[in-house]
Design a protein around this ligand. Structure first.
Ligand code: NAD
Ligand code: IPM
Ligand code: MN
Length: 349
């Protein structure tokens, strides 16, 4: 198994180091990591946030383990050179349209959730976020002068029916493998894009009569996630709404430092990364929680490398470490990033 390892910026190198430690312990000699530059780190060396060489390595790897990109020193750059373009470019180039973002409450972390115990108990949901379309990629976009010579910025929210069909199917399949409930989240009361989304999701629903489909507007969904997160099982939604709702869901279950993700294409290629960013405010301080990245490693074993038992082992070790009181600062504790990694390592069996 050859894994492209893209540590990236900010806390990226600190958190990926812990995930690599755990993956090597679990699958020993059978896994090899090929490191490559990405994001601001790549721009500083090569002038590009996503060098050709990195893209080639990703295309030739069995899977990609990704840390995070984003660097305040690059905020002044034109959009094409910004670190964030690297992850957007990888998603697009590899057609990683299906982004799975599970948010589950570890019972040991009940007290770390900002929500009351009776509200957060039982939260275990999967956000299926479309990842290669929507306002993120729609054209035209740009900045220009309007007819009164004022500056204006504009983006285009758009989905075609094929893009909606394929992510809807992932949503239904995911629901089928879990509780059989799917909630599609849109803003079809206002947006044409969402109107098409809802129409297409309803059409695809005909193929899945065993799945119970509901629809919710995104503003209500944000409110419901805080009010009663356990009402959701599988959520399917567009790129922008999924981005926002997944950060929200992470806070419900304790910390953004906990949520992993898998980004998949139709050939089973996968990129695995925490849902959080490069956290420049804590970068280099050993404060970052590595669990989201460690759990992304588990998703990589499950989805790309078909090593379900090893994925379970890692997830159980995370639970055990938390049960024993392992806590980084985001969870109200004092452990460093590597101490948390070591706690998971010690809990592997
Ligand atoms: P962020 O997710 O980096 O950080 C938000 C807050 O959460 C910060 O206070 C941070 O310290 C905290 N946090 C994040 N991850 C943590 C962890 N593992 N442990 C403990 N605390 C953690 O979001 P932001 O501050 O809005 O963005 C910072 C940079 O990251 C920006 O350049 C942004 O574009 C980029 N970004 C990249 C990705 C990615 O690489 N996929 C995702 C989101 C944001
Ligand atoms: C995420 C991030 C990215 C997104 C950014 C960095 C492009 O926020 O992975 O959630 O918006 O998709
Ligand atoms: Mn995000």
């Amino acid at each position: 198994m050859r894994i492209a390892l893209l540590a990236g910026d900010g806390i990226g190198p600190e958190i990926t180091a812990e995930a690599v430690k755990i993956l090597k312990a679990v699958v020993s000699q059978e896994i090899e990591f090929d490191e490559a530059l990405i994001g601001g780190a790549a721009w500083k060396v090569t002038g590009s946030p996503l060098p050709e060489e990195t893209l080639k390595l990703c295309k030739n790897s069995d899977a990609i383990l990704f840390g995070s990109v984003g660097d305040p020193e690059c905020d002044h750059l034109e959009r094409a050179l910004r670190p964030e373009q690297a992850i957007l470019g990888l998603r697009k180039e590899l057609d990683l349209f299906a982004n799975l973002r599970p948010a589950r409450l570890f019972p040991e972390l009940q007290a770390e959730s900002p929500l009351k115990e009776n509200i957060v108990t039982g939260t275990d949901l999967m956000i299926v976020r479309e990842l290669t379309g929507d306002v993120y990629f729609g054209t035209p976009r740009g900045q220009r002068k309007d007819d009164q010579n004022r500056r204006e910025g504009f983006d285009t929210m758009r989905y075609n029916e094929d893009e909606v069909k394929r992510i809807a199917r992932i949503g239904f399949e995911t629901a089928r493998s879990r509780s059989g409930n799917l909630c599609s989240i849109d803003k079809s009361n206002v947006l044409e894009t969402s109107q098409l989304w809802r129409t297409v999701v309803l059409e695809i629903a005909q193929e899945y009569p065993d799945v119970e489909l509901s629809h919710m507007y995104v503003d209500n969904a944000a409110m419901q996630l805080v009010r009663a997160p356990d009402q959701f099982d599988v959520i399917v939604t567009g790129n922008l709404f999924g981005d926002i709702l997944s950060d929200l869901a992470s806070a419900c279950v304790g910390s953004i430092g906990l949520l992993p993700s898998a980004s998949l294409n139709s050939e089973g290629k996968g990129l695995y990364e925490p849902i959080h960013g490069s956290a420049p405010d804590i970068a280099g301080l050993g404060k970052a929680n590595p669990l989201a990245t460690i759990l992304s490693g588990a998703m990589m074993l499950r989805y790309s490398l078909k090593r379900e038992a090893d994925a379970d082992r890692i997830e159980k070790a995370v639970s055990t470490a938390l049960e024993k009181g392992a806590r980084t600062a985001d969870l109200g504790g004092k452990m460093t990033t590597s101490e948390m990694g070591n706690a998971v390592l010690a809990a592997l069996n």
